[in-house]
Design a protein around this ligand. Structure first.
Ligand SMILES: Cc1ncc(COP(=O)(O)O)c(C=O)c1O
Length: 394
């Protein structure tokens, strides 16, 4: 007894973890390069952040709170968006969610039904595909062009807009490619959205994890096209398990009022996001700390090491990531010879060497023939991992 809706849900990142669990049970050491969770590696939650959570709980802030989010937290988020991005976002334009995940769920629930289409990047973070299908809609992937450093292909995007399109989703820095969209391309997408009167959904979870050039906030580039930004505390503040995020509406011409009110209703129906985490988040945002900068410094070395090793492996090519913590190399399956597709290779690599990556086809059609690998582990571990990969693919 199970609905087709639920039968259709797939999440390669976690599914490969189940195979890894079996491999570990057989006594083999597993190297996890499949999950984008820095806290699971050597990036523990900073002490002052854990303290803020204990403090909130000790102070008795353990009850349900405002469904749209604790007001002080929304004020802080608005202040930061105004300071950093020069956006005019008031507390009524912010909704606190249980991670970006819930924000995406809410928005897709509010926009998609009955075969309506959501334009998402291809390759795509699986959540967008899952929720679009879950709500009886159609995820339509526009190409990120690997030959152009994974920049979005604007002509392909234009071709895929139909009278069923409800919104254009962008994700920069991107999961799984690890690359930011260039400012010029973001502007072109904004122009296109304006031309067709479509809102943009902007997944900004990796906005502070960038290496070679500054992050560009899409909403800062337009005074009229509506943009819903999604962000959270998981990665930047090293609290993936707290499940705390938010969305904000940059909607200077109030085109999204109906959607906004509908989503607020959904938020009320689920009572509230985690209360103690919200009060702790107010303290976190008010405290000046270098933990994200330090994390990025450490990650940069790991990115460079991984990229240099990967590009020397025969049968593999890779665009250098400039954000997030993923590499998305392309496999030349003909040259490699032994495996029929990316999934077979990933499962074989895992079973034989213990190296756990994610098959690219788990990120939609454009992901086929690729692997997603995080560079979160320490260089000593990465060295072992790349030795194993290199040896196995020979
Ligand atoms: C692009 C992207 N969006 C959203 C999420 C989920 O974020 P959260 O922990 O805030 O739900 C992830 C997690 O890996 C992600 O990579």
């Amino acid at each position: 007894m199970l609905t087709n809706r639920v039968k259709g849900v797939e999440y390669a990142i976690r599914e490969i973890a189940a195979v890894a669990h079996e491999v570990a049970k057989s006594g083999k050491k597993v190297y996890h390069l499949n999950i984008g969770d820095p806290v699971a590696y050597d990036f523990p939650t900073p002490e002052f952040i854990s303290e803020a959570l204990f403090k909130a709980s000790r102070e008795g802030k353990n009850n349900y709170v405002n469904s749209l989010g604790v007001i002080e937290l929304r004020e802080e988020i608005g202040r930061i968006l105004s300071e950093k991005q020069n956006l005019n976002i008031g507390i009524d334009d912010i909704l606190v969610t249980s991670g970006v995940t819930e924000g995406i769920y809410f928005i897709i629930a509010g926009l998609i039904e009955n075969g309506k289409e959501l334009l998402i990047p291809g390759p795509s973070y699986p959540l967008y595909i899952n929720y679009a299908k879950f709500f009886d809609g159609k995820p339509v992937e526009y190409a990120l062009n690997e030959d152009d450093d994974w920049e979005p292909d604007i002509e392909d995007l234009r071709k895929k807009i139909t009278n069923k399109t409800q919104a254009i989703l962008i994700c920069t820095p991107n999961n799984p490619t690890g690359v930011m969209y260039g400012e010029k391309k973001i502007k072109e997408i904004i122009d296109l959205a304006g031309e067709y009167d479509l809102p943009i959904l902007s997944d900004e979870i990796y906005d502070q994890i960038v290496y070679d050039k500054p992050y560009v906030c899409p909403a800062s580039l337009t005074k009229d096209v509506p943009i819903i930004g999604l962000n959270g505390f998981s990665k930047t503040h090293l609290v993936t398990g707290w499940r705390l995020g938010y969305l904000y509406y940059h909607d200077p011409e109030n085109k999204l009022d109906e959607l906004k009110n509908g989503i607020a209703k959904m938020a009320r129906a689920r009572l509230s996001a985690n209360s103690v985490a919200q009060f702790a988040a107010v303290d976190i945002l008010k405290t000046s700390s270098n933990h994200t900068v330090e994390m990025v410094q450490k990650l940069k070395e790991r990115r460079d090491y991984s990229y240099n090793r990967l590009r020397k492996i025969e049968g593999i090519s890779c665009v250098k990531p400039n954000g997030a913590f993923y590499l998305f190399p392309k496999l030349d399956l003909k040259e490699l010879g032994k495996w029929k597709d990316d999934k077979e290779l990933v499962v074989d690599l895992l079973k034989e060497t213990g190296v756990c990556t994610v098959y690219g086809s788990g990120f939609g059609d454009y992901g086929k023939g690729h692997l997603r690998i995080t560079f979160l582990p320490k260089v000593e571990i990465l060295e072992k991992v790349y030795n194993l990969i290199e040896e196995h693919l020979k």
